[in-house]
Design a protein around this ligand. Structure first.
Ligand SMILES: Nc1ncnc2c1ncn2[C@@H]1O[C@H](COP(=O)(O)OP(=O)(O)OP(=O)(O)O)[C@@H](O)[C@H]1O
Length: 467
């Protein structure tokens, strides 16, 4: 009996495409813009529809990445592929009922399988000026020790804007729920005060707005737009690095909003003082309210997230399977969501109940990658061999260039090839501060772009380590 062919094609072609894109696009941008996309491939394989969470993201992806995505798709497919962008369905809960013979553990279609064949006409899509995704609320955010403090602070701000914790600065690694928390604040505020002026914006869009208002000489409108808000939610402020004019405009907006007791919430991949190439006067203001971290979720929280996400997809996940997945997918919540999506899809296409064995089969690529996971010790040894220095020099305080540089390269590779955090890497390199690691990572990443000899050496090292 032939199986529905949509999903395997979709995941294969899109997987191949994203692997190419990951080589081309800086990691931060890849994680922000490409990784969350949901793909659907037409049966003939010549049309790919990408579901994007909201209109802003759609505009941004169209402007910045559509060309690259098309090229990568065509390279992966070996023929012309038409690319379409569409807005993702907002309410996964509103799904058609499943055939009754399916058990509770069977898969229900993921959101992207429910997309219409042709893109949603943009005019019909409900766009809000506040750009909030109403699915991202406090109710759908699972609480655990990793986000308890950030969640409590966010809840306080949502109910009492303009008072304590202003600005609220939330930082943490990729895919840990920072954006979700911001939207939750905005949605809660609007639920309490429907007339409030709230705006969620990604820092890159703010940069674009500054540039546009310069080009069109529309600064009055720009100021009116930003300075009149009650709540400004601005995501990934590390993107302001080296953007002088943007930083100045953000500073002005910041001061204006704080003076009128409007609330500002920011997120970033690092805490304020860890931000590079951002003016000190901004950094000190970022830190002047409350700064809270979101940590990677611990095991029990990962289990709770899986069970809750499965429920919201209309499926149920037995606890033993959730534990199995949570033990094996440790990096962040976005990866957990990806694993869950795979398992549910696998269950559907094979008409089998969700079980540990099914999860093992559905995630076999991911699990086999983890089995040959690269350790920091292995990186240190390989890099030391390559540059002919002693392994002990990786931990030593020695600073001559012939030692310091390989050490920086090893730190860079540790960040790139392992799931370790900056402080953990610092610890494994003789108890160094995480800012030292951050400096090394940024330095080597930047040099790699311009110094081809270094790029080649890194390539050899990466190949050696990946085996
Ligand atoms: N505690 C949680 N409970 C439920 N869902 C969560 C939780 N944390 C994160 N998520 C989900 O994980 C996904 C990634 O979260 P989000 O986009 O908020 O991460 P982020 O920290 O902003 O990442 P990035 O730095 O890549 O922008 C989202 O779908 C979000 O809803």
């Amino acid at each position: 009996m032939s199986q529905p062919s949509l999903l395997p094609d979709a995941s294969d072609l899109w997987q191949a495409c994203t692997e190419r894109l990951a080589q081309e696009i800086p990691e931060q941008q890849f994680n922000t813009w490409i990784r969350p996309l949901l793909a659907r491939v037409s049966e003939s394989g010549d049309r790919v529809t990408l579901a994007v969470a909201n209109r802003f993201k759609m505009d941004w992806i169209r402007a910045q990445y559509a060309g690259k995505i098309s090229a990568a798709l065509e390279a992966a497919a070996g023929r012309q592929v038409m690319l379409e962008l569409t807005l993702a369905a907002r309410e996964p809960a509103q799904r058609t009922s499943m055939p009754t013979q399916r058990s509770a553990h069977m898969y229900q279609p993921p959101v992207f399988a429910e997309l219409p064949d042709s893109p949603v006409p943009e005019a019909k899509v409900d766009t809000h000026k506040h750009r909030l995704n109403n699915a991202l609320t406090f109710a759908t955010l699972v609480e655990g020790s990793a986000n308890r403090m950030a969640r409590a602070a966010a809840m306080h701000v949502a109910h009492n804007p303009g008072q304590l914790y202003n600005p609220l600065f939330i930082y943490g690694g990729v895919g840990l729920g920072k954006t979700h928390l911001m939207h939750a604040i905005g949605n809660q505020l609007l639920a309490d005060k429907p007339g409030a002026k709230a705006l969620y914006i990604h820092a890159e869009q703010f940069v674009t707005d500054v540039v546009k208002s310069y080009q069109k000489k529309t600064f009055d409108e720009f100021k009116e737009r930003y300075h009149s808000l009650d709540l400004l939610l601005i995501d990934d402020v590390q993107f302001f690095a080296n953007k002088e004019r943007t930083q100045e405009e953000f500073f002005n907006a910041f001061e204006a909003l704080l003076t009128k007791k409007s609330h500002i919430v920011m997120t970033s991949d690092t805490y304020p003082k860890g931000l590079a190439d951002i003016h000190e006067r901004l950094v000190s203001r970022f830190d002047s309210g409350l700064t809270v971290a979101i940590e990677p979720p611990e095991l029990e929280m990962r289990v709770a997230i899986l069970i809750s996400k499965a429920e919201s997809e209309g499926a149920s996940m037995p606890e033993d399977v959730a534990f199995f997945v949570a033990k094996n997918v440790r990096s962040n919540v976005r990866e957990l969501e990806g694993a869950l999506r795979k398992i549910l899809a696998y269950s559907r296409f094979n008409q089998k109940e969700v079980s540990i064995q099914l999860a093992r089969d559905a995630l076999k690529d991911l699990l086999s990658i983890q089995n040959r996971q690269i350790s920091v010790e292995n990186i240190q040894k390989t890099v030391a061999d390559f540059y002919k220095i002693k392994i002990a020099d990786m931990y030593s305080k020695k600073r001559p260039a012939n030692i310091a540089r390989p050490r920086q390269i090893a730190m860079f590779l540790a960040k790139e090839l392992t799931q370790k955090s900056l402080p953990e890497i610092g610890e494994l390199f003789g108890g160094r501060d995480h800012t030292t690691v951050l400096h090394a990572v940024r330095k080597i990443a930047a040099e790699r772009q311009t110094v081809s000899e270094l790029n080649q050496q890194l390539h050899v090292l990466e190949q050696t380590l990946k085996g």
